[in-house]
Design a protein around this ligand. Structure first.
Ligand code: SF4
Length: 71
């Protein structure tokens, strides 16, 4: 499965980095970033993972729904 982060939509609320610091961190531009994520399309980052874990909570908590978990 993988985490997909549409960074262009991020409003920098910080929820994902608080809830799931294993996968997300805040950057100097005020938006979050998917740690180790690869940019597949412009501003869309993906990371292959074994288990969703806290990333599911991060996706559920994102106010602009720019984090998805794909099975
Ligand atoms: S929860 Fe969503 S809007 Fe908030 S920092 Fe994370 S990706 Fe950005």
């Amino acid at each position: 499965m993988k985490i997909i982060h549409e960074r262009s939509k991020c409003i920098g609320c910080g929820a994902c980095a608080n809830i799931c610091p294993n996968y997300f961190e805040m950057k100097e531009d005020g938006k979050s970033a998917l740690k180790g994520g690869q940019e597949k399309e412009k501003e869309i980052y993906e990371l292959e993972i074994e288990e969703a874990g806290c990333a599911k909570n991060a996706a559920d908590s994102c106010p602009v729904q720019c984090i998805r978990i794909q099975e």
